[in-house]
Design a protein around this ligand. Sequence first.
Ligand SMILES: NC(=O)c1ccc[n+]([C@@H]2O[C@H](COP(=O)([O-])OP(=O)(O)OC[C@H]3O[C@@H](n4cnc5c(N)ncnc54)[C@H](OP(=O)(O)O)[C@@H]3O)[C@@H](O)[C@H]2O)c1
Length: 310
Amino acid sequence: MAHWSPQDLPRLDNRCAIVTGANSGLGYYTARALAAAGAEVILACRNAERGEAARAKLAAELPQARLQLQTLDLADLDSVAAFAQSIAAEREAIDILCNNAGVMALPLRRTAQGFEMQIGTNHLGHFALTGRLLPLLNAAPAGRIVNTASLAHRMTRGMDLDDLNWKHKRYARWDAYGKSKLANLLFTFELERRLRSHGQTAIAVAAHPGYAATHLQAAGPEMSGSRLSLLAMNAANAIFAQSAEQGAEPQIYAAAMPEVRGGDYWGPDGLRELRGHPRRVRGRRAAYDTDVSARLWDVSESLTGVAYLG
Ligand SMILES: NC(=O)c1ccc[n+]([C@@H]2O[C@H](COP(=O)([O-])OP(=O)(O)OC[C@H]3O[C@@H](n4cnc5c(N)ncnc54)[C@H](OP(=O)(O)O)[C@@H]3O)[C@@H](O)[C@H]2O)c1
């Protein structure tokens, strides 16, 4: 049987999608697939030059594509608010929000509001963005929020909700990444529960790419100036990783295939979910802990100042 590919997407001609981090890696291929299927795609990128380079490349590959570039820095809640405001000023509905952007295993850095950079970008920025765009997502006939998680959500012992921002313990970059990705799943499932209990129409789903060669693996070593780690990451990518294009498949599937249900989690079907084509997967048990997800929601609201579905 032929494997699913983004060419099997239904037509998305009247839809509008936002993809965060659309200038690189999985986000680029997600934007490309949605645009190729006819959706208007808003490329939400933190760096205007890199965003414009991606927009121009996409436009050259897909001359019919409807693309718009807009600046969004998830590590600054003022930028998140300004982005959402300008979207709301221009349109009445958003069909698909791909919360894709992310950073991995950075040395300790802080966002504009002082959050640890990984939880701040990967979770808190997207939590605030989703809350601000929710009225538009609910105004679409079948709005969808897709959060990009990771196998790395299994790498941590669990959330530390009393110290989400690593102020009171020694920083551990990989554990911080694992926690931010566990937060992506807890947020997805809690959001889905709240959407249903509030009788809203949008659904929330998660996806992960397995292991895909992107710039993600280089960002940490580049920032800490470790040439050895950079070489090791590049070698591991060359040997073990699938392409960014294939890694994007589960989130493309989750964003637009009709059989996707709220609360689903999609990942690759190969050995240990490291590579392959989209299928439904399960997170570890801690990702479905409703007590932790409800408390994470409260902490996220109070840190970001964006409260919704309460
Ligand atoms: N690659 C994998 O094997 C893998 C595995 C599991 C999960 N993931 C997840 O997949 C997602 C996409 O990562 P990728 O692998 O495609 O990596 P990537 O090539 O490094 O792309 C990450 C994107 O996020 C953007 N970004 C980072 N910080 C941002 C901020 N503060 N505001 C707005 N955008 C920001 C980056 O922008 P710049 O280009 O300006 O830096 C870039 O566009 C991430 O959530 C990651 O955790 C990836």
